[in-house]
Design a protein around this ligand. Structure first.
Ligand code: DGL
Length: 279
């Protein structure tokens, strides 16, 4: 029997989100770390997380994170801003692999970019109520205004990305956010998985001096930095560069995940498996 050639072990990155929104983070990861494999979990049956309590979000996020660990993830990226803001510490304790959330990398990038130390952060109601971004920015000497924009998630999921209704909603939200001493804020931090899709609209709506920071991109950079520090692949194995293997798990309809997900990821999604997490 001829012996099989050694299979090179490639880093497998687990990405967790409440639904399809985290595919914006996966997209950023694929640009920065194309040589890894990915397992993605979208808890579509239980979304939205953005209006839920700390207890519920923690329980859901831990179940999904363990699932990804059991399915090969050697490092976990919590792409969901709400889950990161409410449950990052509990998730980190519940799994045996390194965990990276989106809040710290986003705050780090915003702090590096602001010149007048004033920023506005937008996210779900739960993210804003947790003040996770406010604390992260405050510790970096940045004065922060947080603003919940609950209508953005359904508008993006409806596909109303570059739509007059969405632009009007954005104008109302951002006028409130950039008021009362925050007119001069020069950074808008996108603290929700869905908001990168709204960048064209948001760029039109904010004042010219405002730069938009996307926590998806900052997180991908943070993961790349971590991987340089702790390489997870066996360096004695030959590295064969080929396309990353992407596997997806969804708790609701596979078909719906495929359709909606393709818009977030920017290309078609093939390997989706339905998962039933027992309560
Ligand atoms: N993924 C969530 C976030 O980034 C948005 C969608 C939801 O509320 O579940 O906060």
């Amino acid at each position: 029997v001829p012996s099989l050639p050694p299979t090179p072990r490639r880093t497998c990155i687990g990405v967790f989100d409440s639904g399809v929104g985290g595919l914006t983070v996966l997209k950023a990861l694929l640009e920065v770390i194309p040589q890894a494999d990915y397992v993605y979990f979208g808890d579509t049956a239980r979304l939205p997380y953005g209006s839920r309590s700390v207890e519920t979000v923690s329980k859901y996020a831990i179940e999904a994170s363990r699932y990804l660990e059991q399915h090969g993830a050697q490092i976990l990226v919590i792409a969901c801003n709400t889950a990161t803001a409410l449950a990052l510490d509990l998730i980190t304790k519940a799994v045996g692999v390194p965990v990276i959330g989106v809040v710290e990398p986003g705050a780090e990038q915003a702090a590096a970019q602001t010149r007048n130390r004033k920023a506005v952060v937008i996210g779900t109601q739960a993210t804003v109520s947790s003040h996770a971004y406010l604390k992260a920015l405050d510790s970096r000497g940045v004065q922060t205004r947080e603003k919940a924009c609950p209508l953005f998630v359904p508008l993006v999921e409806e596909g109303w990305i570059d739509h007059p209704v969405t632009e009007q909603v954005a104008r109302l939200y951002l006028a409130e956010a950039f008021a009362d001493g925050f007119q001069s804020a020069d950074v808008l931090l996108l603290g929700c998985t869905h908001y990168p899709l709204l960048k064209p609209v948001l760029t039109r709506v904010v004042a010219e001096h405002v730069s938009i920071v996307d926590s998806a991109e900052s997180t991908a950079q943070a993961v790349a930095k971590l991987l340089r520090r702790i390489p997870l692949v066996d360096p004695t194995q030959p590295e064969r560069r080929h396309l990353p293997r992407l596997r997806f798990f969804a708790t609701d309809s596979v078909e719906k995940f495929r359709c909606l997900g393709a818009r977030f990821l920017g290309h078609s999604i093939d390997d989706v498996q339905h998962v039933d997490l027992k309560e």
